[in-house]
Ligand binder design. Sequence first.
Ligand code: UDP
Ligand code: MG
Length: 312
Amino acid sequence: MKKIALLVPLYNEQEVLPLFWQKTQQVIQSVEDFCFEYIFVNDGSTDDTLRLLKDLADGNTPVKIISLARNFGKEAALTAGLAQAAKADATIVLDADLQDPPELIIDFVEKFKQGYDTIYACRKDRQKDSFFKRVSAGAFYRVYNALAERPIPPDAGDCRLISRRVAEAVLSLPERERFMKGLFSWVGFKTTSVAYVRPERAAGKTKWNYWKLWNFALSGITASGSLPLKLWTYFGLALSVFAFIYAMIVAGKKIFLGNPVSGYSSLMVTILFFSGVQLISLGVIGEYLGRIFVEVKARPPYIVDEKINCDD
Ligand code: UDP
Ligand code: MG
């Protein structure tokens, strides 16, 4: 029988874990032709998550646990889990908070049987999100897809089924900045989606705030390609042409009209504008430099504290 691994990252999810387990167990019992295993990645939880995980086991479904040495973030946790999951025929990535409804497993398996390698869950609408969240998410996907070498589908999270070859391909990418949505989409293969309505978190609290989301978006965009770096060349060129023409006008006025003291405002505007532009472009270089630094250090993306029931 083909095996599907359910990959679940958890960071302080003691409130929702029992619900998640109950719901998912129900769903997988209704799926025929496949057997399942859980791969829980405890991402440095400081609550009772790890103890609860260790108590989970129903005798039928294998439960593997990878506990990380501290909180490394969801992307690292997914990478850690994928290293285990890649041995199964397919992996399904689920959040622990039931925002990726376990019923999706049924649709995923259906499409997997039809021969798809990646089936991602795509949100039907964002009506439940706040106005700010909707606008910022929309802007992120537009900017990302305009700049990236390979676009990602808007309104899709990490929740998806990937075949073993996709999992292995993603694992073979050596970078430390792991924007998983970008990596999943970069590797390619036959892809489709299923639409779903994203429910509210079943219990517990979100681990994200706007500052974290902003940095996550930056790391995604800088990891997606180098266009933000190159844009400055063209922006600079356009500005230089403009500056040259303006310089001609100023010089012309001085020579022919002999107009020595004017231009305080134009001077101020020019200085402020160009200092702004220069700082922004330096900032963009800084973003990339910081990430190159991280890649060059080549630290592992996560450190494992403990593995339970894992093969190696
Ligand atoms: N998560 C994690 N490490 C983190 C943050 C989150 O493993 O540093 C897990 C979390 O436990 C959950 C999933 O990633 O299973 C999604 O997190 P959350 O629900 O907080 O994100 P949101 O749905 O609000 O975007
Ligand atoms: Mg959530």
